[in-house]
Design a protein around this ligand. Sequence first.
Ligand SMILES: [Fe+2]
Length: 283
Amino acid sequence: MATAFPTGERGSVSGVGIGLRDPHFDQLMTEDHGVPWLELLADNFLARGGLTPRQLDRVAQRYPVTLHCVSMNLGGVDPLDKAYLREIRRIAAQANAAWISDHACFTAHGGQQYHDLLPLPYSDESIRHIAGRIADVQDYLGQRIAIENVSAYLRVDAPLNEAAFLAAVCDEADCTLLLDVNNLYVNQVNLGLDARQALAELPLDRVREIHLAGYEDKGDYLIDAHNSRVSDPVWVLFAELIQAMLHAPVLIEWDKDIPPLATLLAEAERARAIIRQVKEAAA
Ligand SMILES: [Fe+2]
């Protein structure tokens, strides 16, 4: 039975934020671009040559933040890495992070880090496995975490679809969902999964944050590369999704071939414009 954590947040974030990337650090710390919040990549603060504790303090003094992780290995079978989790807990406390997130996947096996987000077979066994580990992580961190849906490149026969799997995991672990719309679309193109149907079946009441990112088009398939603008089909899905959650925090992700900050700000403004349009249409 998962521990019941209070629903109150530590910090809070709202509106359309962007992921903090090194090339934009000085600009974001010295200029006001109307960015309401930043998502920090926890692993950037842990890597040699990454951001320093002093930089973390500067960010936290200026912006509400969330903390995004890639190495909890929630779906893996290796023991949970307590040293990593201890660092995550420390960074989250130092930055007063509103919440912590990682992915519904595995990233390591036999002590080897793959640096990839590898999906699980969507079965009852996987649900019990990852939900138990998420509950353990939440107990260790003393708070709920958000788990993100990942992109996949190989279709594996499984008894459940992704939406049913994530719904069951969220229920069993009592965690929240970080819904990446681009990942849903990548899976639609690569695997023939219906992104719109997934949105209809996902537990939207569990969504704590929405991710928007760009993919790399390889012709026959898409790679979730986070190296380009959000695609038009993803904007369409986003506009449909936010009809059900007008106030969900939204995040523009860009991880490779980092463009000038102005490009990320333009993407964030496009998301705000869509939210405004949906609000006006609903009024
Ligand atoms: Fe994402």
